[in-house]
Design a protein around this ligand. Structure first.
Ligand SMILES: [Zn+2]
Length: 250
């Protein structure tokens, strides 16, 4: 379980130690800054809400950076009204997962990948001093998801790979494509809370989306990982970090 061993379990070990010890020891625990980027309110929650719940439960700081406010999701409602509704939903959802919601200010259905937006995203991400950034896998049927995958990739490259970069999937089969996880997180213990966070996005028909896509996906990734329910990720590694085939190292 790649991510679990990378960060989550690392801190649960430290937490156990501090419980037996005094307060001064707690200050030595490395609190990780986790940033999860999503095109629309709901993408981080549906794609990796279980993993984010585990991070925040382990004492890490989790920020959801939504590229847009999801303002274009209902043609019968004005952008301003829809944005207001979806900000409220995102705030409710983040409260359940103990995450901080931030909005990058791009427009739903009209996201832009250019020099200026690359600079903006790099600035925003680096200001949060992340240890790990999660974002959407860019091979996706939704153009906003493509942009959301590539902006943080550029930030990662431009910052000389200062943080770990993981990609997550959403609505695999109809949106995310060609996604083969390198790492899995067992979300069995936080599955119900993830569900609550997903269902907070009331304007997005969350029950049908959960039943049609995310419930089977969590179980499918769980089968691959040998647990009841899991979320899968692609850990994007710099060339120097890639391991060799066993027996041919060096
Ligand atoms: Zn989306």
């Amino acid at each position: 379980m790649g991510i679990s061993s990378l960060a989550i379990s690392q801190v649960s070990g430290a937490t156990k130690e501090s419980a037996q010890s005094n307060k001064s020891k707690e200050s030595h625990i490395k609190k990780l800054q986790i940033v999860c980027v999503g095109a629309h309110p709901g993408d981080p929650e549906f794609g990796c809400g279980g993993t984010m719940a585990k991070y925040s439960d382990a004492g890490h700081a989790v920020t959801f950076l939504y590229l847009t406010k999801g303002e274009a999701s209902d043609p019968k409602i004005s952008y301003a009204q829809m944005a207001a509704l979806r900000i409220k939903e995102a705030e409710a959802s983040c409260k359940i997962l103990n995450a901080l919601p931030l909005f990058a200010g791009q427009i739903d259905g009209n996201t832009v990948l250019d020099k200026t937006q690359n600079q903006e995203m790099t600035k925003m991400i680096l200001a949060l001093k992340p240890d790990i950034v999660f974002t959407q896998w860019p091979v996706d049927a939704h153009p906003d998801h493509q942009v959301t995958g590539l902006l943080p990739l550029t930030a990662w490259i431009r910052s000389n790979r200062q943080f770990h970069l993981y990609f997550y999937e959403v609505n695999t089969g109809s949106e995310t494509m060609s996604f083969t996880p390198t790492d899995y997180v067992d979300i069995t213990s936080v599955r119900d809370r993830k569900k609550l966070a997903m269902f907070a996005h009331k304007t997005q028909d969350p029950i049908a989306t959960y039943n049609d896509y995310f419930k089977p996906l969590e179980e499918f990734r769980g089968l691959e990982a040998g647990v009841k329910a899991a979320e899968g990720f692609i850990h994007f590694k710099a060339i120097g970090e890639r391991s060799s085939i066993i027996g041919l190292n060096g």
